[in-house]
Ligand binder design. Structure first.
Ligand code: ATP
Ligand code: MG
Length: 505
């Protein structure tokens, strides 16, 4: 690797009302390097990247590209300077084709678009970097993983020298992550510089050449995978040791609190997403569902929570038949639900932090008496939850959309985990949150289990499923491949079952 400095950020400071998001940050990226940027939720990672990409202007500090001031003050400038960014939330136009999205914004330069040659170049880039995608497909038809590949092709098409990836793996399945890493490594080997943001320490340790850690807007350390460990990185991020795997007390299982009987659910594409599935979860038990996303997990959870009407079968919560009931009815039967798409289904961005905490309970005591909202009690509860879940926000009156991605996640988890549900469904409970928050969420789930709640954990993170679950159910194409006891788990066998091998079960 050469030592050329592709990028040098020095002394970057950025304030928002009530928040010092970046405090005198230095960061440099060399040619051919994958540089990981780590830090807790709200540490300032996205802000720093948005400054580099010209979306925010720093209050002070300097951005040098190949030793010269970058002159970037808008995303168009950034692209001209060879900087591309894959955002935490994608920015494609769903009604256009892949090829049209790739050249979007370039046509302004006065060139006439030749769709044939665009498609050909897209095909070349896909082949060269292992980014499988059909140039003529419409973006809305693509899976999340495919959309991300389009974003990367778009960056390559513009000949980017420096690529910023803000939590690119948060939305991918494990096999997609592996493919992505092959692509990223090749992009770096071809002489680009990459900045990679992730909360998953395994990923950072396997992909990064160097690692910079941010804490409270400041650089708290710079290291390499060879010189550090996951435990040390956790300490650098959080400022204290973090327990990466939760302690599980001995199991005290009671009666059945949730039952799903021969459930059939039709998915968005009109096919049967859940194809005759039965499960029971007992009081004090965590049942984990392992499986590659898209095998019916989401439809199962939504059908249980009342968000999707099942085509056949029954759902029972504490003995009460809630099949096809309205979500609020299922909720009052004792179900709490942490949805996977929390940004879309879990909060209203324009509402304040306090309003979002109360979004689902505002109509019941003690927060509401004789039709009147009791703001004192509401404020107390919001304050308490924000403190316990360490949601980083300047105030309870801050609009929720101003919070960092992970802090919005924590807010929803705080709300859903704070009642005393009979049954809790947690889909991807730690997706997008930092390791300190993941530690806390895992502890809360185990505490909830201790209170006798029946818990269904749906996660793509096998380590998480194995750490939390008393039994693990594997689902494939909407069917149960088998259920394995905690004491008998064999990772290889799990993997085979997840891939649909019935011999393994
Ligand atoms: N547009 C904005 N207006 C006000 N405050 C903001 C804005 N953008 C970010 N912040 C605040 O700046 C701080 C840093 O946020 P940032 O999004 O950079 O964090 P992050 O490290 O990317 O976190 P995460 O891991 O949760 O994505 C947070 O306290 C956040 O609330
Ligand atoms: Mg962020």
């Amino acid at each position: 690797m050469t030592e050329t400095r592709l990028l040098e950020l020095s002394g970057i400071t950025k304030r928002f009302p009530g928040v010092l998001a970046n405090d005198d940050v230095d960061l440099d990226v060399r040619v051919g390097e994958v540089h990981a940027l780590l830090g807790e939720n709200g540490a300032g990672k996205s802000t720093l990247m948005k400054i580099l990409f010209g979306l925010y202007e720093p209050d002070s500090g300097q951005v040098l590209i190949e030793g010269r001031p970058s002159g970037i003050s808008s995303p168009a400038d950034a692209i001209r300077a060879g900087v591309a960014m894959i955002h935490q939330h994608f920015m494609l136009v769903p009604t256009l084709t892949v090829a049209e999205n790739v050249v979007l914004g370039l046509a302004e330069s006065g060139w006439r678009l030749d769709t044939g040659s665009v498609a050909e170049r897209v095909r070349d880039l896909s082949a060269r970097y292992g980014l499988e995608v059909d140039p003529s497909a419409l973006v809305w038809q693509l899976s999340v993983g495919e959309r991300q590949r389009v974003e990367i092709i778009k960056a390559l098409y513009r000949d980017c020298r420096l690529l910023i990836l803000d939590e690119p793996t948060a939305v991918l399945t494990p096999p997609e992550v592996e493919d992505l890493f092959v692509t990223l490594r090749q992009m770096a080997d071809d002489g680009r510089g990459l900045i990679f943001i992730s909360h998953k320490l395994d990923e950072v340790m396997s992909l990064a050449d160097r690692i910079t850690v941010l804490r409270d807007g400041r650089v708290s350390g710079e290291t390499t995978p060879g010189e550090t460990s996951k435990e040390e990185l956790a300490r650098m991020m959080v400022g204290r040791p973090v327990q990466l795997v939760p302690d599980k007390p001995p199991l005290e299982i009671g009666g059945v609190r949730m039952a799903v009987e021969d459930l059939r659910v039709v998915g968005d594409r009109g096919t049967e997403a859940v194809a005759g599935l039965s499960l029971e979860i007992r009081s004090g038990e965590i049942l984990g569902i392992a499986g590659v996303s898209g095998n019916g997990q989401r439809e199962l959870a939504e059908a249980i929570a009342g968000l999707r009407a099942p085509a056949a079968g029954r759902v029972l919560v504490d003995g009460r038949d809630v099949t096809g009931a309205h979500p609020s009815e299922v909720r009052s039967a004792g179900l709490a639900y942490v949805p996977e798409e929390r940004m879309r289904d879990g909060v209203v961005g324009e509402f304040t932090v306090a309003e979002n905490v109360m979004l689902v309970d505002h109509d019941r005591a003690p927060y509401c008496r004789r039709g009147m909202l009791r703001f004192g009690t509401i404020g107390e509860r919001a304050r308490d939850l924000v403190a316990r879940f360490a949601v980083k926000t300047p105030s309870l009156e801050t609009p929720t959309r101003n919070l960092s991605g992970g802090n919005i996640q924590k807010l929803i988890l705080a709300r859903e985990l704070s009642g005393s549900p009979a049954v809790l469904i947690a889909a991807q409970p730690t997706r997008g949150v930092d390791i300190g928050a993941a530690e806390y969420i895992h502890r809360r789930l185990v505490e909830e289990q201790g209170r006798g709640t029946a818990i269904l954990v749906i996660s793509e993170d096998l380590d998480e499923v194995m750490a939390l679950s008393d039994r693990i159910a594997v689902i494939f194409e909407g069917r149960l491949m088998g259920i394995i006891d905690r004491s008998e788990v064999d990772v290889a066998q799990l993997g085979l079952m997840m891939a649909g091998s019935s011999n393994a079960a």
